[in-house]
Design a binder for this molecule. Structure first.
Ligand code: R7I
Ligand code: MG
Ligand code: MG
Length: 346
């Protein structure tokens, strides 16, 4: 067993921030050319952007709440977590939140709310949301808990504060597991995917998950992870194929697998991306080039790649262009301490 390094924790937090800030410019565009994304990062490299000028969106706003709650409480506390989400929304409502989740925040802000999971259960006629808002913010859970059972348990609980559909919270579990395994060092893509498939099979095989998935298709996460294995065995997989088969949308099952695929695919060079870019930079560029929910897919891909490669792979110019980039580093350090303390006491 190799111990993860501090650099990986700071890398995960900063990688997520980069994805949100750089991807934000392209959010909602169906056709994004790799060329345009490369132009955007060139502007950062040539410092045509002022320090901290790329603003973060709800993805980072909520991830900051998750990190701050874990650091303050030194454990998962759903009441504190819910309070932070709601207060953050109240302070800065214009960060680009999903249109449904705002109702959850408003209910959480009411003094009569005594069950922090209830507002989420009332979303979408009692089905709960399947949006990717639970998954986009989840990385700090994987950075705080070395034990995989804790990662699964708290990723689910954290997501359930806003996303009661299993399609939503299972995406958060998968994203947290992807970060967790990326922290374990040098990986083989097939082995990494087999682990995720095994874990998600258990997760998706429970009664609620099977029933929620009926409106779509069976095992929405496992089936995409399997598809990914096939994609990675080929070198000619087009953007269209990825978008059609894995998705690039706002639903968790149409974006979390896509983020994981972006990370794994970009371990290899890409003919469309200049060779001077490393695996982490390539992951950010590629994930944004898929279009759709770019800030969120790049945030999740950036968190995984950052956890794998570490912060030394992040160019200073990119990092410094992002709003509040120093906080990401600070959160990484504090979560690293938490992780190490838990490991030592287990
Ligand atoms: O999941 P959520 O926090 O949104 C995150 C996204 C990211 O892309 C951010 O960058 C930001 O842009 O928003 O917010 P929700 O409102 O819970 O879900 C997002 C959207 O998914 C909703 O506004 C709906 O359009 C859709 N959605 C559903 N539609 C029908 N039925 C989610 N769940 C359902 C559903 O059950
Ligand atoms: Mg956003
Ligand atoms: Mg988004």
């Amino acid at each position: 067993l190799t111990l993860p390094t501090l650099s990986q924790f700071c890398g995960a937090m900063t990688g997520a921030l980069l994805g949100d800030c750089i991807g934000g410019e392209f959010e909602g565009k169906e056709l994004v050319r790799v060329h345009d994304v490369i132009e955007a990062v060139r502007a950062l490299e040539e410092q045509r952007q002022e320090e901290g000028s790329l603003v973060y969106s709800d993805d980072t706003a909520m991830m900051r709440c998750v990190a701050q709650s874990l650091i303050t409480k030194q454990d998962f506390d759903e009441v504190d977590m819910a309070k932070r989400f709601a207060e953050e929304y109240k302070e800065q409502p214009n960060r680009g939140y999903g249109s449904g989740v705002i109702r959850v925040f408003k209910k959480l802000l009411s003094p009569n709310c005594n069950d922090v999971f209830k507002p989420a259960r009332e979303q979408f006629k009692g089905k709960g949301s399947y949006g990717n808002g639970g998954a986009m913010r989840i990385a700090p859970i994987a950075l705080a808990y070395p034990d995989i059972q804790d990662v699964k348990k708290f990723a689910k609980k954290n997501a359930e504060v806003t996303h009661a559909s299993s399609l939503g919270y299972n995406g958060a579990i998968l994203q947290a597991l992807a970060v967790h395994h990326a922290l374990q060092g040098e990986l083989q893509r097939d082995k990494y995917l087999d682990q995720l498939i095994g874990e998600m099979h258990l997760v998706e095989n429970d009664e609620k998950s099977l029933s929620d998935a009926k409106d779509f298709h069976e095992f929405p996460y496992c089936s995409r992870l399997k598809k990914m294995k096939a994609f990675l065995s080929r070198t000619d997989v087009s953007k269209e194929e990825v978008v059609n088969e894995l998705g690039n949308g706002i639903a968790a099952f149409e974006s979390v697998p896509t983020a994981i695929y972006s990370f794994l695919r970009c371990m290899d060079p890409d003919p469309e991306i200049p060779e001077k870019y490393n695996g982490l930079e390539r992951t950010i560029i590629y994930s944004i080039s898929l279009g759709g929910d770019t800030d969120t897919i790049a945030t999740m891909a950036g968190a995984i790649a950052g956890a794998y490669y570490g912060k030394d792979h992040i160019p200073q110019s990119w990092q410094k262009s992002c709003e509040a980039y120093k906080d990401a580093e600070y959160f990484g350090e504090k979560l690293y301490d938490l992780y190490c303390n838990r490991l030592a006491s287990s």
